[in-house]
Design a protein around this ligand. Structure first.
Ligand SMILES: NC(=O)C1=CN([C@@H]2O[C@H](COP(=O)(O)OP(=O)(O)OC[C@H]3O[C@@H](n4cnc5c(N)ncnc54)[C@H](OP(=O)(O)O)[C@@H]3O)[C@@H](O)[C@H]2O)C=CC1
Ligand SMILES: N[C@@H](CC=O)C(=O)O
Length: 410
């Protein structure tokens, strides 16, 4: 009998319990062995919870460790400590660990994967990226040797849900954030969602799988949705763009680079139509052209389903990994565009800046709060608020421009 330990019994942990319990017969058939959840570790002794579980529940780590002879541990507590020490302890004993903890994987994945390898066991983190989308084991499994030049996506369900509700249903930021928390989408500290940390951890994990190295914090920049103001969205909509929080990593001049940033997408971009709690990921490469994955990015059922599938996948396949000596492809050179937001008081400064830097302004849009300028991006640090545009800007909606005399014909 496979004895299972569950660390954390919140949104995801309780989902794992339910999924394992309701599908145990099917899993047992597949694995050829009975499964049983024997121990559950939680934190708050005082918390009122409807616990109708057939397992020992404890708040004491030593007690949890002695409840059974665990064969597999599911970690769903989040954060670095004590999650790191707990995970390391089991991996060092050769016991596999399945996690949904993207922060831990992004920050300590290199150490934990090495530990697992040394002990001939596995550290599964399918659920750590994009909730219900099976992207991690696709990269480790059926795309094991496929060369990838760029990975990008909407990687945070909470903020995609919030942006969709705020824009389509004119709801307030606070109101929608509270709802996302009630629905179990948001992190324990939703600053991680709002300020882009959650997506930043996820794109670093994807970058590791696509390009081999574990990226350092310094090589990946981060901006969150808290940067976005209403007038930015309104100007974007007048050009026919959708605003999304995008995580992106690619190889440029033999270096892996990445970022998380709000971005404007033309309607022809597949990710533009990924709404609500859904996430979307595109993989680009010579032999695959573009692969698109769309699915629920957060929530109890989708995430716990990924954790359980991760466990079954690894139990059946044991060792899977992408080869790291990939013939890494360079990203195709394209002309990049960005939307610049200029407050009325910054107009003269902005005119001097585009002239000095020889930046082409392609179109402008006026708004009571300021102006939006579509520019050809030159990868220069801009003194103004600026978000990238993905897709073909020639397909934008034409606005009634106010300033064509300054920039010539558009
Ligand atoms: N919610 C989602 O949609 C998704 C979440 N994730 C990730 O899954 C993980 C868990 O998230 P979620 O279930 O939403 O979080 P919750 O806050 O709902 O649950 C956390 C659980 O962990 C327990 N816990 C926290 N700290 C400790 C500790 N020090 N020792 C023992 N138990 C502890 C809590 O105990 P107690 O009940 O006593 O408070 C609770 O049961 C996080 O890493 C998150 O990023 C990943 C994908 C999607
Ligand atoms: N808070 C995260 C949960 C899943 O990873 C999100 O909203 O995407």
């Amino acid at each position: 009998m496979l004895q299972i330990g569950l660390i954390g019994y919140g949104t995801v942990g309780s989902g794992v319990y339910e999924r394992l319990s309701t599908t145990s017969k099917h899993i047992e058939q597949l694995l050829g062995e009975e499964i049983k959840i024997v121990g559950i570790l939680v934190k708050d002794r005082q918390k009122k919870r409807a616990l109708d579980v057939d397992a020992v529940v404890t708040t004491n780590w030593e007690e949890f460790c002695q409840i059974g002879q665990y064969d597999i541990i599911f970690e769903a507590i989040g954060g670095i400590e004590p999650a790191f020490s707990y995970t390391a302890e089991w991996l060092q004993r050769g016991i596999p660990v399945i996690t949904a903890n993207k922060k831990l994987v992004a920050e300590k994945g290199s150490i934990l994967e090495k530990m697992a390898e040394e002990q001939s066991t596995y550290y599964g983190y399918e659920a750590a990226v994009a909730g219900g989308i099976p992207i991690i084991n696709a990269l480790k499994g059926t795309l094991m040797t496929t060369s990838i030049s760029r990975v990008a996506g909407i990687l945070n369900g909470t903020t995609n849900y919030m942006l969709t509700e705020m824009i389509e249903n004119q709801r307030s930021f606070t109101d929608v954030l509270i709802e996302a928390q009630q629905l179990g989408y948001a992190e324990a500290d939703p600053t991680d969602d709002i300020e882009g940390y959650d997506a930043w951890y996820k794109i670093r994990i994807l970058s590791h799988l696509c390009f081999g190295e574990w990226p350092t914090e310094e090589t990946f920049s981060r901006k969150g949705v808290s940067e976005i103001e209403d007038w930015h969205v309104e100007i974007g909509e007048r050009f026919g763009f959708k605003i999304k929080l995008i995580g992106e990593a690619c190889v440029s001049k033999s270096e892996v680079k990445g970022r998380v940033t709000p971005a404007f997408l033309t309607l022809t971009e597949p990710l533009a139509n990924v709404r609500g709690v859904m996430n979307g990921i595109t993989l680009e490469g010579k032999s695959i052209n573009e692969l698109l994955f769309i699915g629920p990015g957060a929530g109890k059922e989708a995430t716990s389903n990924s954790m359980v599938e991760d466990f079954i996948f690894h139990e059946r396949v044991k060792s899977v990994n992408r080869t790291t000596n990939l013939d890494v492809e360079e990203e195709k050179e394209t002309i990049a565009h960005a939307l610049l937001f200029i407050k009325h008081s910054q107009r003269e400064e902005a005119l001097d800046w585009v002239k000095d830097q020889k930046i082409a302004v392609i179109d402008t849009c006026d708004h009571p709060e300021g102006e939006g300028w579509i520019i050809c991006e030159k990868n220069l640090p801009s003194p103004f608020k600026e978000y990238p545009i993905y897709g073909d800007v020639a397909l934008r909606k034409r606005t009634k421009t106010m300033h064509s005399t300054q920039f010539g014909a558009f």
